[in-house]
Design a protein around this ligand. Structure first.
Ligand SMILES: *Cc1c(COP(=O)(O)O)cnc(C)c1O
Length: 394
């Protein structure tokens, strides 16, 4: 799913047992990469400067513009970006950070990277699988310093109640915006946000991420820590007379390279149209599912701002989810689960035992993610809904 590799070339499979007359495989996510990205990569290779140069800077500027923020810092992944944010904020041992459990494990891991403690918070409900304000309130202690919000599935977390919550408790508001590239408002809720360009996200550089931060000082601390805390980058040194540098803080190698930035610039230019396709496909999914699979419930209300990163549905409690997954897979339709709750993963269970988050657990037990990406069309959506309907009656 994530690789740029082509589908099994016939050269490796000269005589397939079944010439496969059925429809092609539908994946949960697929990157949209083509001639423009190839040309952009070729230009970098021909140009000779392959990392942290003008394209990385242009990508940062373009991404910041698209998200109506002042500036941005390109990094090697969203995880790296979140780590840099924790680091630049000076969070560490003794500090607690509220995080959802219904998320990718990176949201919690970045807190542990700096020695702070992630505190898992439940979702509001199965209809609104975003962090619960009420539970966040209950999990707040004298040690709580920050909260990391996730725009799960691409749906915007309500900015105002969370700003009020953060202000009331003196917390730093951070966004894990991995699902939210191109979402108006994402990246501007609080102090800082990290976006992901992993292969299954709304836009991709294969691996990559972007940090936005309101306070220029925080942003520049992230920028400097991205490259080992050096006071100048290689590119700046090329263009200046002082070939030396100083290191004024502990940093990391979380840089982005020119090849990824070149791909990112192309991808960013298509993001609005791709997000629009996701919206149309989601709308069709929701109306077909309501008509044909009324026993399946659909999280989120219709009007919530979203970039429709994934298509989560809740199977009826009585359904055998694995049987549904298998039935769809037999018809060439991949499905996944978002997410196994982080607090239930072995590592976190060993780390913090005895946590229960009833709404998160109930949601995760029934959730199924259907294919959704801009290379799909309405026939693909119909095919998935028909297959799901038939799997549920089987
Ligand atoms: C993908 C994802 C990440 C990690 O992004 P990387 O760029 O792979 O580090 C973090 N949080 C969420 C919610 C994600 O979906």
């Amino acid at each position: 799913m994530m690789s740029l590799a082509l589908r099994t070339p016939e050269a490796f499979d000269p005589a397939p047992p079944n010439p496969a007359p059925e429809a092609p495989r539908l994946l949960v996510a697929e990157p949209c990469l083509g001639l423009e990205e190839k040309a952009a990569l070729a230009e970098v290779i021909d140009g000779g400067w392959i990392t942290m140069g003008e394209r990385v800077r242009a990508f940062e500027r373009a991404f910041a513009d698209a998200h109506e923020t002042e500036d941005a810092v390109a990094v090697s992944s969203c995880t790296a970006g979140l780590h840099l944010i924790m680091h630049a904020l000076g969070l560490g041992p003794g500090d607690e950070v509220l995080v959802p459990s219904l998320t990718f494990v990176a949201t919690a891991n970045c807190v542990l990277y700096v020695g702070a403690t992630p505190v898992f918070v439940d979702i509001a409900s199965s209809d609104l699988p975003l962090m619960s304000l009420e539970d966040a309130e209950a999990k707040c202690t004298a040690r709580t310093r920050a909260v990391i919000l996730v725009h799960f599935a691409g749906y915007l977390v309500d900015p105002e109640p969370w700003r009020a919550f953060a202000a009331k408790h003196g917390l730093v508001l951070i966004e894990d915006a991995a699902h939210a590239a191109g979402l108006p408002g994402a990246g501007t809720l609080g102090a800082a946000a990290a976006f992901s360009f992993y292969g299954n996200k709304n836009m991709t550089t294969a691996e990559g991420g972007m940090v936005v931060a309101r306070d220029p000082a925080l942003r520049e601390a992230v920028r400097q820590a991205r490259g080992h805390g050096l006071t100048t980058g290689t590119f700046q040194r090329l263009n200046s007379r002082t070939p030396t540098y100083d290191v004024t803080m502990l940093g990391f190698n979380y840089r982005m390279d020119e090849m990824r930035a070149a791909v990112g610039l192309v991808q960013l230019s298509h993001l609005p149209e791709w997000n629009e396709t996701r919206r149309a496909l989601t709308r069709l999914y929701r109306s077909l599912l309501r008509a044909e699979c009324p026993e399946v419930s659909l999280p989120f209300e219709d009007g919530r701002p979203s970039v429709h990163h994934i298509m989560p549905v809740l199977l009826p409690a009585s359904a055998d989810r694995q049987a549904v997954i298998d039935a769809l897979a037999e018809r060439g339709i991949q499905t996944t689960i978002h997410y196994p709750p982080a607090h239930r993963l072995s590592f976190y269970r060993a780390h913090q035992s005895g946590i229960t988050l009833p709404a998160t657990e109930a949601f995760a037990a029934r959730e199924l993610t259907l294919p959704l990406h801009p290379r799909m069309n309405q026939h693909d959506v119909r095919r998935v809904v028909t297959a799901l309907r038939e799997a549920l009656v089987a």
